[in-house]
Design a protein around this ligand. Structure first.
Ligand code: FAD
Ligand code: NAD
Length: 474
């Protein structure tokens, strides 16, 4: 049996971070991946294909909008051309995850499904046994399919199959109003499909600040029909298409379509791992919880990325992976902090989230202040004709940033200065005390931060004092 300092199970964003980091430090590392290729969900079915798809759709939408400038754009989209675009993006980024790159770093790669046989030993595809001093579970997640009568009798898509579509649907139905559905639903709408999003909760994007949700509903509602509070009763075949039967506020609603997408959350991939043989506990949904030091209840076994069920983001997987390298290789107890973990929903406009929402701030009992700017007050957005959106920053009474949220074209990029301020523990005032090249989009951040100084300077005792000083100097 081969012996390793660290065994990593899963070759996605989380596992690859640990494998490369631990090998670079000189540890003997094994990486086990069941699918026969590295990169995981982000590369093959998630971030990369979705962003390539969204960008292609955005270009179509922009071209169509140019009609108002006299350009006559007509015709239907060739979805197979979009598919090629997506494949090119995945293929290009795939090169970074070439197994050769990892073997050259000293990582032993095993392609096959791993399962625990003891707390330190794993069996791969019923053939190879490997022993690890530390073991890192990075097995990711898959689409969670709700139990809806009739669903299994119709063709439906998830993020694992939708990028293979060759023909643009005329009427697409998306179940779920979270980021997976909304990003893709809007992209299909931009490409020319008529799209309905069906959400069981009272709002889409339930993890966002309430005012951000409201702004998102307003702007996404221009591209999508959004049905909330929907209780889906069944799905039936309807000619060549299908019909979704729901109850909404006590009334029946039938929605017809020729494509059904399910984006209703995630389930863990760890079922086949047999973690019970290692004494590792799972939660009710089967995720493998870990503490802030990323250890499971068995201290030499770590759980990171989607597998621990905490946050489903590539950058969260990377952050956790980096910490695990230190903890697994050197036996440290370093912890990650999720307090400022940002995320962006890549709709158009984008939706940015960092730290507390106003509802969380209220619930925590903290004394907070809100500074808000709408984008129709920011010159660049006015010039761009993209004034839909807002910036909202929450602080404590001294100006420490508790949360930052935005809806705006490109917000995922131009809100980055706020993350720097939060990471450095710089107050909101620091975002005002910089020079922003006119007229950039990040001026939306500065204008929001200016409100803090304006309040301090003009709403407090300062004006009276300065008036007296000026009178004295006259
Ligand atoms: C449509 C979509 C869009 C997304 N967009 C974004 C985005 O824009 N930004 C962002 O930050 N996040 C995004 N995400 C989330 C992101 O893709 C995931 O959070 C990320 O891929 C998780 O990485 P991971 O390494 O934990 O898991 P994965 O990438 O799923 O990797 C797990 C790997 O483990 C392997 N495996 C599983 N079980 C075993 C076993 N028993 N033995 C061996 N191997 C095994 C799997 O084959 C897989 O390769 C998106 C997700 C989706 C679905
Ligand atoms: N841009 C990004 O960073 C990005 C993009 C896509 C996904 N992700 C990650 O992937 C995770 C999973 O995304 P998701 O959108 O699948 O999950 P989600 O949990 O965020 O949203 C799923 C939605 O489906 C609804 N739903 C569940 N069952 C339903 C039913 N039977 N009928 C109608 N609605 C139903 C839920 O109420 C919820 O609003 C996200 O939490 C996010 O972390 C990130």
């Amino acid at each position: 049996m081969e012996k390793y300092d660290v065994i990593v199970i899963g070759g996605g964003s989380a596992g690859l971070t640990v494998a490369s980091g631990a090998a670079s430090l000189g540890a003997r590392v094994a990486l086990i991946e069941q699918s026969g290729r590295l990169g995981g969900d982000c590369l093959h079915f998630g971030c990369v294909p979705s962003k390539a798809f969204i960008q292609a759709a955005k270009e179509v939408s922009t071209a169509r909008r140019a009609a108002s400038l006299g350009l006559d754009v007509s015709g239907t989209v060739d979805l197979s051309a979009v598919k090629t675009r997506v494949e090119e993006a995945v293929g290009s980024i795939q090169q970074q995850d070439d197994p050769k790159r990892f073997t050259e770093m000293g990582v032993d790669i095993y392609f096959g499904r791993a399962e625990f046989v003891t707390p330190n030993a794993l069996l791969i595809e019923g053939e190879d046994y490997v022993y690890g001093k530390s073991i890192v579970i990075a097995t990711g997640s898959s689409p969670l399919i709700p139990e809806i009568p009739g669903l299994e009798d119709v063709t439906y898509h998830t993020n694992e199959s939708v990028f293979d579509l060759e023909k643009l649907p005329e009427k697409a139905i998306f179940i779920g109003g979270g980021p997976i559905s909304l990003e893709l639903a809007q992209a299909f709408s931009h490409l020319g499909s008529e799209v309905t999003v069906v959400e069981k909760a009272s709002s889409i994007l339930s993890k966002e600040d309430r005012s951000i949700q409201e702004a998102a509903v307003q702007v996404l509602g221009e591209d999508l029909r959004i049905v909330t509070d929907a209780d889906i009763q069944k799905v039936t075949k309807d000619g060549d298409g299908l019909s979704l039967h729901c109850t909404v506020e006590g009334k029946d609603l039938h929605i017809n379509g020729d494509m059904l997408f399910v984006g209703t959350g995630r389930k863990p991939n760890s079922g086949a791992l047999n973690v019970g043989k290692a004494g590792v506990e799972t939660d009710q949904k089967g995720f493998i919880p870990a503490g802030d030091d990323l250890r499971t209840n068995v201290s030499h076994i770590f759980s990171i990325g989607d597998a621990n069920g905490r946050y489903f983001f590539t950058h969260a997987a990377g952050m956790e992976g980096k910490q695990v390298v230190q903890n697994a290789v050197f036996g440290l107890k370093g912890k990650v902090s999720y307090d400022q973990l940002p995320w962006v929903t890549y709709t158009s406009p984008e939706i940015f989230h960092a730290g507390m929402t106003e509802e969380e701030a209220t619930e925590s009992g903290i004394n907070y202040k809100v500074y808000e700017t709408t984008l129709d007050d920011v010159d660049r957005f006015v010039a761009d004709h993209q004034t839909q959106g807002l910036v909202k920053i929450l602080t404590d009474w001294k100006g420490k940033i508790l949360g930052a949220h935005a809806v705006g074209e490109g917000a995922g990029d131009w809100m980055q200065p706020v993350l720097y301020a939060m990471a450095k523990n710089n107050g909101i005032g620091s975002l005002s005390n910089m020079t922003y090249p006119y007229p950039n989009h990040a001026a939306a951040v500065q204008q929001t931060a200016d409100l803090f100084w304006r309040e301090k300077l003009f709403d407090g005792p300062v004006p009276a004092v300065t008036k007296k000083l000026i009178e004295y100097k006259r």
